[in-house]
Design a protein around this ligand. Structure first.
Ligand SMILES: [Zn+2]
Length: 291
């Protein structure tokens, strides 16, 4: 807990990423000092699901999520889906993520129909398991909406992570049970446009995340992660590795755009994250939600 007593929940991150995996205990400790007390750690490919599982076993604050990210669709094995089901059996308190669609500069290199097929299979799995799913979407919000219309409803909820869609689409996604999660990537949107979009998001659907080690926020007060006794770890091309301890800066930025007290936004986003991650069988399902 930090000096201000603000408690935050990192709704989407990748602490299992090879760039920071060996420093995870230090990353978590630094985040906890900054008031971030829970972390939804998202796997991205078959290669890292085991690291996610181990991290969740070692840290009570980590909620494991298993998913096949669109960037890694082409390297999946023929048994990826059955392997994923096995992970859900072995770690019954896990959620789904990171899954999604990407027509951005990187995603464009990956056959879109294949992305759609893998995405739908994982949405169906999330529905079967009654778990929330963390969704990545780059330049494919129209496609996403169509798929949610045909595959929904999703009563366990969906997290549109690092949401950068339009203000106009917010209400359509809200009807499909979506939560909107904001990271340092929000600073890539013009402030006026971000403000208009944020004002459309219902306060009970707003989340905050780091997307660490990516998503370094271009905001005052942010630092790149640095392990004890080391110079800061650099990451090309930005040169800066992100960590969840930067979430208070995202909180300040979003609160400023929403013209709302930081504490009120912190409480709302924490409560929302606890709600979506308190599905039956989750690590928190026995906990009483704070009022
Ligand atoms: Zn991510």
């Amino acid at each position: 807990m930090n000096g201000t007593g603000i408690r935050l929940f990192d709704a989407h991150c990748h602490l299992q990423d090879p760039r920071i995996l060996s420093f995870a205990p230090e990353v978590i400790r630094k985040a906890q000092e900054a008031g971030i007390v829970r972390f939804a750690v998202n796997g991205v490919s078959e290669r890292d699901w085991n690291s996610v599982k181990q991290m969740a076993e070692q840290h009570t604050s980590v909620i494991p999520c298993f998913g096949l990210h669109p960037w890694y669709v082409q390297e999946r094995s023929t048994s990826w889906l059955s392997s994923m089901r096995e992970f859900f059996k072995a770690v019954p308190y896990a959620a789904v993520g990171e899954i999604g669609l990407d027509k951005g500069s990187h995603g464009r290199k990956i056959e879109f129909m294949e992305q759609v097929e893998v995405f739908i299979q994982q949405l169906k799995l999330a529905k079967d398991l009654e778990r929330p799913a963390s969704v990545h979407c780059v330049r494919a919000y129209g496609d996403l909406l169509e798929i949610l219309q045909s595959e929904g409803p999703f009563p366990a909820g969906l997290i549109l992570h690092s949401y950068l869609g339009s203000a106009e689409m917010v209400s359509a996604f809200t009807k499909h049970g979506a939560y909107f999660s904001f990271s340092g990537f929000l600073t890539s949107m013009k402030p006026q446009k971000a403000k208009k979009m944020l004002k459309m998001v219902p306060l009970d659907r707003l989340l905050l995340e780091s997307d660490a080690p990516d998503g370094f926020p271009c905001l005052e007060g942010c630092s790149s992660f640095c392990a004890p006794g080391e110079e800061s770890i650099t990451q090309e091309p930005t040169g800066k590795l992100n960590h969840p301890a930067n979430i208070p800066s995202i909180l300040s930025y979003v609160a400023m755009l929403l013209e709302m007290p930081e504490e009120e936004l912190a409480q709302a986003s924490y409560r929302n994250a606890m709600r979506i991650f308190s599905y039956p069988g989750s690590k928190f399902s026995e906990e009483v939600l704070p009022l």
